[in-house]
Ligand binder design. Structure first.
Ligand SMILES: [Zn+2]
Length: 585
């Protein structure tokens, strides 16, 4: 058994095949020695995502995502490094020993520190709700909403009292600092080094990630004071729009039932959950993001959205749902009676009645069309245009051409318009994919010379080449800072007697941008016929470029020395320039 983290990583990666692992998340198509797919990290119609089983890396030419198996699982499952490693180690039947301290890197241990603080906070608020006299009102409120003790325990619901520093004081007795609480978003800095509790006099709902770690909190007031809801700020472990409330508790049931119910608020989820409807998640009032949709897509392709009557009447509130369709999900809309949310509805009518409403849900197309036909008159030309311009963008987003054709034919009948005309309009629609902006795009590296990139790629592919480069070039001889960093790391590995494999380099860089360059470098060298010649050419190019660069630098310094009349320095610089000129490459 490997005892250091690097050993574990290598053992895991050597036992697993990257194509098999990534293939279990998305469907891959064989393309030569590699596999291709549409990138799971940005929206695209033609595949630019490449998996290389030989190099054990993946790389997207579209958005710049790239890395090894661990980084794929981290990104795709939204996990921290150690958690992703654990999942993979499990698959590879590799045991992970207990690592002390910061073995897994600074940022990772910072994240787990935040998790610990959040857990600490959740436990404190929960204990207060259950045991403190100060929480009498809160307990009454939750009992009135029919919550039982089991559900309170499961969702770790809590209470923050009205004092300004109740959590801070308690944390101090347990050795948790105010700064740590601030980093986790639980305390706010006040005047002169003082802090106060962020949440006061509120019922507290911890927000969990998929792994059931507390990442943030929501607090609801008991009276009519404002704001009614208050959330944690964004931290290293909590980014708005990346989590779905309750998903961690719902996963099994979502898989079992093969659909997910989406509601808005904490209690809209908790009350139906308590009644036995457990394939439910909550958006916490915001529009669904691409990241949330992809999170759902890992467990099911079917979505039922529960709308209250107010939202249900508005075509505008449906437009956001086109995003789900674009991501390949089947969307249905369930409508509740006027003035009721899922929470009230289950309390008044019971679980079965809610299930009935869900069963009767219309798919997005039918729902939208019915709604529009109720408001507009398809016999009028103007209204026909209005209806078709609402319907066509939804249809356009459907990938399945049979389904698309079916919808066009139905729309044609509803509007008394020839299918050809609708198809013509459909072809004119340009979809707005600006939401992709949410996926961070890595800047393209146009300023790195191809020769430098190729050398870096070859060094990672072949340790002998790496050794040869080490003998001829210093890392500073490379022009681009990124390549310098990568080469310096490769040199350090050689010094430590380690082979700089792709996975190892990527892991040690621990940087998205640099990982991308490594992947780019590796794909640049992919189809070389004569590696030896390419290698020599590139080395020559780099040396020449370096020389030109040094010459320019020296010429500049010489001019400067001339202007300043510094003869001694001038002579030294001229000598250096002569030396470089006499060196032949
Ligand atoms: Zn991509």
């Amino acid at each position: 058994m490997a005892t250091d983290i690097e050993g574990v990583i290598e053992e895991v990666q050597s036992k697993l095949d990257i194509a098999e692992i990534i293939g279990s998340y998305i469907s891959l198509r064989k393309a030569g020695r590699n596999f291709k797919a549409c990138c799971p990290f940005h929206h695209e119609k033609s595949p630019s995502f490449v998996v290389s089983p030989v190099k054990q890396i993946y790389h997207c030419f579209g958005c710049g995502a790239g890395g090894d198996t661990i980084s794929f699982v981290m990104k795709h499952e939204n996990l921290e490094f150690m958690d992703a490693l654990r999942i993979l180690a499990d698959k590879a039947s590799v045991q992970i020993p207990q690592f002390k301290g910061s073995a897994s890197g600074k940022s990772r241990s910072f994240a787990s520190m935040l998790h610990r603080i959040n857990e600490f906070g959740a436990n404190y608020y929960n204990a207060l709700l259950i045991g403190s006299a100060k929480a009498n009102e809160a307990r009454k409120y939750l009992i009135k909403r029919t919550l039982n003790a089991d559900i309170v325990a499961k969702f770790k619901i809590g209470f923050a009292s009205g004092e300004w520093d109740s959590l801070l004081k308690f944390a101090k007795t347990k050795g948790v600092s105010a700064t740590a609480l601030e980093k986790a978003g639980l305390a706010i800095p006040g005047k002169e080094d003082s802090f106060y509790d962020r949440f006061r006099n509120r019922v507290i709902f911890p927000i969990f990630d998929v792994r059931s770690k507390v990442v943030a909190f929501g607090g609801r007031v008991l009276d009519d004071s404002l704001p009614k809801y208050m959330n944690s700020p964004e931290t290293d472990v909590y980014v708005k729009g990346r989590h779905l409330y309750g998903l961690n508790f719902a996963i099994e049931e979502i898989k079992e039932k093969d659909y997910v119910i989406i509601v808005e608020g904490y209690l809209d989820l908790i009350i139906p959950y308590q009644s036995g409807i457990q394939n439910v998640v909550a958006t916490l009032g915001t529009a669904l993001t691409v990241e949330q949709i992809r999170l759902i897509k890992r467990f099911t392709d079917n979505v039922v959205i529960i709308f209250d009557a107010d939202q249900a009447g508005e075509a505008a509130s449906l437009r956001g749902l086109d995003l789900l369709v674009a991501e390949g999900l089947f969307v249905k809309i369930a409508k509740l009676p006027q003035g009721q949310d899922p929470d009230d509805y289950v309390c008044k009518n019971g679980k079965d009645k809610l299930l009935e409403i869900i069963q009767e849900a219309d798919n997005l197309f039918d729902y939208k069309l019915k709604l529009l036909l109720k408001k507009l008159n398809p016999a009028l030309s103007e209204d026909k245009t209005k209806i078709s311009s609402e319907m066509l963008p939804t249809i356009k987003r459907i990938e399945n051409s049979v389904l698309r054709a079916d919808y066009i034919s139905r729309l044609s009948k509803a509007l008394f318009i020839a299918e050809d005309a609708l198809n013509e309009e459909l072809s004119k629609i340009k979809l707005d994919y600006s939401y992709i902006g949410e996926v961070k795009k890595i800047k393209k590296n146009l300023d790195i010379s191809p020769a430098e990139k190729i050398i870096a790629g070859l060094m990672i592919e072949d340790p002998d080449i790496a050794q040869q480069v080490r003998e001829e070039l210093r890392s500073e001889d490379f022009n681009s800072q990124e390549i310098r960093d990568i080469v310096a790391l490769i040199y350090r590995m050689l010094d430590d007697g380690k082979i700089p494999s792709a996975a190892r380099v990527i892991h040690n860089l621990n940087d998205d941008h640099l990982s991308y360059i490594v992947c780019e470098a590796l794909s640049a060298t992919e189809n070389f016929v004569d590696r030896e010649k390419s290698f020599k050419d590139c080395m020559l190019r780099i040396k020449k470029d370096d020389m030109i660069c040094q010459r320019e630098k020296l010429t500049g310094l010489i001019k400067q020395a001339e202007q300043q009349g510094d003869d001694e320095r001038l002579m030294g610089l001229i000598k250096q320039l002569d030396m470089i000129k006499s060196e032949r490459v």
